[in-house]
Write a protein that binds this ligand. Structure first.
Ligand SMILES: [Zn+2]
Length: 531
């Protein structure tokens, strides 16, 4: 169910070898620098500084320092961050930062409220299961489960007490993970604190195709941000260039980031998050298009979001939707002219396959297969119009960003060398990506009319198969008619003749049987030889 089936190939050991090499690189570059002024030296000096200035840091018997982060300024100044432990237990609110000059001499300190973690005993009087039961009572969403309660020293408000910390995870309305952390006193059983483990956040993405965009992300319990859209429920993952089948088995890796700023805005980027920016933003645009235009609540109209895998395969110049995993797979392009397959109309196209599956379920062969593909092209393009992006403007070209100058076009589909402009008996035998031409041509004529026209700076010239002149009704009305035809009248075996009848019924419902819209729909079908 891809924009083009021509480039498909099966992937195996080559992709696995590439992933192994990648992991090896990550391990190698992760080796710390032990030279003076380097990271390891800074950490060693910081540990010594905390011990030497124990009063300043509240550092005493039973405590440990757990390295969390190191920031080295350009002038050599060092900032070493630690979490604190007490009797081996994590101290919540016990973190501290050691500020040192370039030679490791202490110049300042920062410490959280919980700098005195001493508790009378680190043996809990209240059993873990009581804490877990309390946590489950506070669980968000449905299908909640509690992780094993963790014993901690809770000192976030400055008063240290032994506590159980339990994370409960449920499923939110959009199918997204919804987690809550519940803290109870391990000596008295009293509730101490309860807070969302994840927070919705607005990230900044430097995209490949649409400039800088806002991303709906989620703040996780560990403070990092993830490409989980808390509004729409979409999750974006790295497939590590494994084949589609391997990805379904391994499930990829969720994208996370420390500062919620993602990608570098380049095509074929070495930053693997860049393609993820486009994928995450463009699935959101598709979701919003359906919701705000037609009131459709997600692909299946059940409010649930899908998973998007980017970097699937090696030089896989394609993308696809799978009902089985309720997920999209996107490739990295062909390695030379075509970059990552994650642009607006491509993502809209793939998600629309899910919408079609959930509605008319047009069989993916013969004329119904062509209508299935055409439906994805139509709404993929409409997502582009809906987004109103200044870089990737609305047009009647399909995959113009990721397969430049375009993979298919609507005004005269045959310009790609394979697609049909006009219906004939031969159309049923074409590949579905070419028999879609008849539907795409209809959509252009119904939207913009026949003949030469320049729209948003792109020159089109749409012929008619019967020499007639067609006047368009605009693409919003044509798309509304198509959406109603798809969701109300079409069935799995609808052919082009049936599509004409379905769209006329839809036009009648929306605008009346005597309307200009109804007349234009019929005229456009006649103009592509569907009588
Ligand atoms: Zn497709």
């Amino acid at each position: 169910m891809s924009p083009s089936s021509a480039h498909r190939h099966v992937l195996g050991t080559a992709a696995l070898a590439a992933t192994a090499a990648l992991l090896l690189t990550a391990v190698t570059t992760g080796t710390a620098d032990a030279a003076p002024g380097g990271r390891d030296a800074a950490v060693a000096r910081a540990r010594a500084n905390v011990a030497r200035h124990a009063d300043l840091f509240g550092y005493g018997p039973g405590q440990g320092l757990v390295l969390k982060d190191v920031v080295l300024d350009p002038d050599g100044t060092q900032h070493v961050r630690f979490d604190r432990s007490y009797d081996g237990l994590p101290v919540v609110g016990g973190d501290l930062v050691v500020h040192q000059d370039a030679r490791g001499r202490l110049v300042d300190s920062s410490r959280a409220k919980g700098h005195d973690p001493r508790v009378p005993s680190t043996r809990p009087a209240v059993p873990a299961r009581r804490s877990a039961a309390e946590a489950l009572r506070q669980a968000p969403g449905t299908a909640a489960a509690a992780a094993a309660p963790e014993l901690v020293v809770w000192a976030a408000d400055g008063t240290a007490r032994l506590a159980w910390r339990t994370t409960v995870t449920g499923t939110g309305k959009q199918g997204q993970p919804a987690s809550r952390v519940v803290v109870t006193d391990a000596t008295t059983g009293a509730a101490i604190d309860s807070y969302d483990a994840e927070h919705s956040a607005a990230g900044t993405g430097h995209s490949e195709y649409t400039g800088d965009v806002t991303l709906a992300t989620t703040r996780q319990a560990d403070g990092s941000y993830a490409l989980i859209d808390p509004v729409r429920g979409h999750t974006t993952k790295d497939a590590h260039n494994l084949s589609a089948n391997s990805v379904k088995a391994t499930s990829g890796t969720l994208y996370t980031d420390a500062d919620n700023v993602w990608g570098d805005g380049r095509k074929f980027s070495a930053d693997r998050a860049t393609a993820a920016v486009d994928a995450h933003a463009n699935t959101a645009w598709t979701y919003d298009y359906y919701k705000n235009t037609f009131g459709r609540n997600g692909i299946k109209n059940d409010g649930k979001g899908a998973t998007v895998f980017v970097h699937v395969g090696t030089d896989w110049d394609n993308a696809q939707w799978s009902d089985a995993c309720f997920c999209m797979m996107t490739g990295d392009g062909n390695g030379s002219t075509d970059p990552e397959q994650v642009d607006l109309d491509t993502m809209g196209h793939e998600m629309t396959h899910g919408v079609t599956s959930a509605t008319a379920n047009l069989r993916y062969s013969g004329e119904s297969g062509g209508l299935n593909e055409s439906t994805s092209d139509i709404f993929g393009t409409m997502v582009e119009w809906y987004a109103g992006n200044a870089v990737d403007t609305g047009d009647y070209l399909f995959s113009d960003q990721s397969t430049p100058p375009w993979l298919r076009r609507f005004d005269q589909p045959s310009l790609d060398g394979s697609s049909a402009d006009c219906w004939s008996k031969k159309v049923a035998r074409l590949d579905v990506h070419y028999s879609s031409g008849v539907g795409n041509h209809w959509f252009y004529l119904a939207s913009e009319g026949s003949g030469a026209k320049t729209v948003n700076g792109v020159a089109y010239n749409s012929p008619t198969c019967d020499g007639s002149t067609v006047t368009g009704i605009g693409n919003q009305k044509a798309a509304a008619i198509w959406y109603r035809a798809l969701t109300v009248y079409m069935t799995s075996t609808t052919d082009y003749k049936g599509a004409r009848a379905a769209s006329l019924s839809a036009a009648r419902d929306l605008y009346g049987a005597n309307s200009a819209e109804y007349a234009a729909v019929g005229a456009a079908w006649s103009a592509v030889s569907v009588a």
